[in-house]
Design a binder for this molecule. Sequence first.
Ligand SMILES: [Zn+2]
Length: 206
Amino acid sequence: MSEISFVTGGMNSSKSTAMLIKAYNLMEKGKHVLILKPWRDTRDEDVEESDANTRQCVFNSRIVKSDLEGFATKNVAQFFEKDMRDLGAALPEVIFLDEAQFFSKDDITYIEKLNTEHDIPVHAYGLRVDAFGNFFPGSEQLLRIADNLEDMSQYCSASGCMNKAIMGLRYGRDGKVVKTGSQVEIGGNDKYKAVCRKHWKDGMQR
Ligand SMILES: [Zn+2]
């Protein structure tokens, strides 16, 4: 049986870069690779409100500018059962999930079904917890079912701290740590800082 891998890491831990390198590598080996991300990840794009379930997109990372195409989708089951057929696309040989934390539990359960029934390996990349220390639904489900877990977290962004940055702090426009709010708020370095457990606690208690 093909395996499901889940690579976790704080923000800026080069998860997407690692994903692009692995995807390229498999494509060079002649594999039919599919890269999917949740619709709501709109950081690199100008996305309008839409009734569509799926849009095409190009995958990049902070470090690598690529021309790898894939899809952003609102519902994974609908993507595989309808959208892919409409696009005339065949089932892939390898599935990559970018920003996997934002997928729903049902999305990940569907991916697991594809993995088991069609023997398709899955490589998922994402954050483990949100800015308040709670699981994202996609990550929680992946942590339950993944055959392989890997962590790519890098150094804490607090000055002089060499601890692993497994958490993230969200900052408001006033420069203060946001302690409550919606789980999903798309943003980059302007809004989030990757920090270690200790500095996350310090930030949340200040
Ligand atoms: Zn730290």
